[in-house]
Design a binder for this molecule. Structure first.
Ligand code: PBG
Length: 324
């Protein structure tokens, strides 16, 4: 008898029923947010080669996908616009008839208040140089001039119907400036999901195709250096002080330590963005038969939740919700 271990954790793994009983991390459809791309001037959804299964939506197909997200009980949809024309200041982002704003109105018309409609608040899809802000005479991203445009963009998105705006440009002071503009426009009801710790990541690669990005160079003067952890907390606490309602870490998989760190230090809900490259790696390996696709997807979402994310933005949101 004494030769055998007394403590037998395996007893709790004996059957699916037992494992289900003791599982610590679960995911509900309401914790998943589906990022969606809506393109101007297209009649049919256009496949995105580097993200198999994801499309640039037409306005009509976007409405259908939003209705489906509601029927599946998702937490929300995060809309990105893909405009036909871009310019130096990203003026399409402010135009009430610009693609992102009309897509937000369409979405609200379909779901009302039954699904949260969220808007990416950033200029990179709208600028001809592809940066997240406007440039100064020396070609550098001008932080404070960009804040003024973000403020107007936030109000335009609120007017178009966004319940939540998601500033993703990593400009200093963006949350505070946008909050002030929303409040001044009497839109205290609109929440801010702050991309607080957003890293300059190679894992956004496929997203650049998804939004027809024209970026030359990189975003390292505003997005964070992958080697820095304390800085993520500093950035996040600034966003909390400026009035963020939810904070986000992005990407997710390489940054699970930061999700946990933020979870530990912040009382607000924590979101994590399972980004395009994380999606495409799984899809590509599964296509070759190298991994079990469904299990890899579920394990991905579970790991992000286990690290401490309350909310997960993922291109698999509808599919996972269907399986749950
Ligand atoms: C910026 C933005 C990006 C992503 C979301 N918002 C691109 C970037 O910062 O370069 C990437 C999302 C993904 O890769 O899935 N508007």
């Amino acid at each position: 008898m004494g030769d055998f271990p007394a403590d037998r954790p395996r007893r709790l793994r004996t059957s699916p029923a037992m494992r289900r009983l003791v599982r610590e991390t679960r995911t509900e459809p309401s914790q998943l947010v589906l990022p969606m791309f809506v393109a101007e001037g297209v009649d049919e959804p256009r496949p995105i080669t580097s993200m198999p299964g994801v499309v640039q939506h037409s306005r009509a197909s976007a409405r259908e996908a939003v209705a489906e997200a509601r029927d599946l009980g998702l937490g929300g949809v995060m809309l990105f616009g893909v405009p036909e024309r871009k310019d130096a200041t990203g003026s399409g982002a402010l135009d009430p008839d610009g693609i992102l704003n009309v897509a937000l109105s369409d979405a609200r018309e379909v779901v009302g208040d039954d699904l949260l409609v969220m808007a990416d608040l950033c200029l990179d899809e709208f600028t001809d140089h592809g940066h997240c802000g406007v440039l100064d005479d020396a070609g550098r991203v001008d932080n404070d001039a960009t804040l003024e445009i973000y403020a107007e963009m936030g109000v335009a998105q609120a007017r178009a119907g966004a319940h939540v705006v998601g500033p993703s440009g990593m400009m200093d002071g963006q949350v505070g400036r946008i909050r002030a503009a929303l409040d001044e426009a009497s839109r205290t009801d609109v929440a801010i999901l702050a991309y607080s710790a957003k890293y300059a990541s190679a894992f956004y690669g496929p997203f650049r195709e998804a939004v027809d990005s024209s970026l030359q160079g990189d975003r390292r003067t505003y997005q964070q250096d992958p080697g820095n952890a304390r800085e993520a907390l500093r950035e996040t606490l600034l966003d909390v002080a400026e009035g963020a309602d939810l904070v986000m870490v992005k990407p997710a998989l390489g940054y699970l330590d930061l999700i946990s760190l933020v979870r530990e230090h912040v009382q607000l809900p924590v979101a994590a963005y399972n980004v395009s490259g994380e999606y495409s790696m799984v899809e590509a390996a599964a296509e070759r038969g190298w991994i079990d696709r469904d299990r890899a997807i579920d394990e991905t979402i579970t790991s992000i939740r286990r690290a401490g994310a309350d909310v997960v933005l993922t291109y698999w949101a509808s599919e996972v919700a269907r399986r749950l």
